[in-house]
Design a binder for this molecule. Structure first.
Ligand code: GDP
Ligand code: MG
Length: 174
């Protein structure tokens, strides 16, 4: 008999340039908070949140990078055993979008070949500062077989949807 308090356990890892809002997305989802100002780094390896999907308890172990976002400093150990990756950029920062191919190379090199990757364009509340159109991002995601979603950790737009959709996909492919 299993003593576990969940039906599924998935490891989700957030990657993407520093400053795109990874920590804020995790905080918004796990704690319902948007931390004011700078220094949003959680300082622990991962956060846990258990959600219920169609009567199944799904435990999500969500790994955030604590200021190690430079390429190749996040190594194999971080990607190993990830069931899903949330590759995040900032829609108001072209540079964060242009770095995506570098992140994809890392994924290819280190992640499990069955990993599910979601591309997230965060900070959609900064619409007036948008530098990357939704269409351009969608087209890019499609060429890479990634799901695409736009979020605002600040306004809590699509954050719940991001993690719950991902959990549903993970269950359906488990
Ligand atoms: P990380 O380096 O990827 O973990 O990024 P952080 O979560 O630390 O966020 C970097 C900065 O972006 C912080 O100043 C946040 O307040 C800000 N930020 C994060 N998410 C959003 C968002 O959805 N909208 C806006 N306007 N700012 C955000
Ligand atoms: Mg962070």
């Amino acid at each position: 008999m299993s003593m576990e308090d969940y039906d599924f356990l998935f490891k989700i890892v957030l990657i993407g340039n520093a400053g795109v809002g990874k920590t804020c997305l995790v905080r918004r989802f796990t704690q319902g908070l948007f931390p004011p100002g700078q220094g949003a780094t959680i300082g622990v390896d991962f956060m846990i949140k258990t959600v219920e999907i169609k009567g199944e308890k799904v435990k999500l172990q969500i790994w955030d990078t604590a200021g190690q976002e430079r390429f190749r400093s996040i190594t194999q150990s971080y990607y190993r055993s990830a069931n899903a990756l949330i590759l995040t950029y900032d829609i108001s920062c072209e540079e964060s979008f242009r770095c995506l191919p570098e992140w994809l190379r890392e994924i290819e090199q280190y992640a499990n070949s069955k990993v599910i990757t979601v591309l997230v364009g965060n900070k959609i509340d900064l619409a007036e500062k948008r530098e990357v159109s939704q269409q351009r991002a969608e087209e890019f995601a499609e060429t890479q077989n990634m799901y695409y979603l736009e979020t605002s950790a600040k306004e809590s737009d699509n954050v719940e949807k991001l993690f719950l959709d991902l959990a549903r996909r993970l269950i359906s492919e488990a």
